[in-house]
Design a protein around this ligand. Structure first.
Ligand code: CU
Length: 177
């Protein structure tokens, strides 16, 4: 460490440190993601992996819910997409109940819109609190507890799957009744 480094140098060091930790996070995410795929396709060699990639996806949606949004405010949507087939990608979500539904990813301090989310082969895509979620705005009518709202999930290969999504208490977690 240089005692005499000026403000610019220290800034540079901090910046490099930040980049390194961001890179480490990306590598870790890649390792974890790769691990999940390996676990799912563990017995297949290269041929097996190639076969899995062209197999049709077999998707089903589990545990969808929307925590009751504040009056007039934006809401979040959570659900799990299960896949018993080849890989697919969630590319668009819309709803007759709302003017805008976007796919979001939470980062450490904020969230950002993403254009799509992978549904891994023989795995699941989870949209859950603190992670990826749907952001719903411009309600046609303010949602109330017990409402069932339609979400239309469009996948790159499987087309559109429509689900009825119940509006739950703010504290609701899947698995509770
Ligand atoms: Cu969001």
């Amino acid at each position: 460490m240089s005692e005499r480094s000026g403000l610019t140098d220290r800034r540079g060091t901090a910046d490099r440190r930040f980049r390194r930790s961001a890179l480490a996070g990306a590598v870790l995410a890649a390792v974890l993601g790769g691990g999940a795929i390996l676990a799912a396709c563990g017995t297949g060699g290269q041929d097996g992996a190639a076969a899995a990639d062209t197999a049709p996806a077999k998707l089903s949606v589990a545990d969808p819910y929307i925590p009751l949004p504040p009056a007039g405010g934006m809401g979040a949507g959570y659900l799990t997409v299960r896949n018993d087939g080849g890989p697919d990608q969630l590319v668009k979500v819309s709803s007759p109940a709302a003017g805008s539904v976007t796919i979001h990813r939470s980062t450490a301090s904020t969230m950002e819109q993403v254009s799509g989310l992978d549904v891994p082969a023989h795995g699941a895509l989870q949209l859950a609190r603190g992670g990826t979620h749907l952001m719903i705005m411009d309600w046609q009518k303010a949602p109330a507890l017990g409402d069932e709202l339609e979400l239309d999930l469009t996948f790159a290969k499987s087309g559109t799957i429509s689900v009825k999504v119940p509006v739950k208490e703010l504290t609701y977690r899947p698995g509770q009744s």
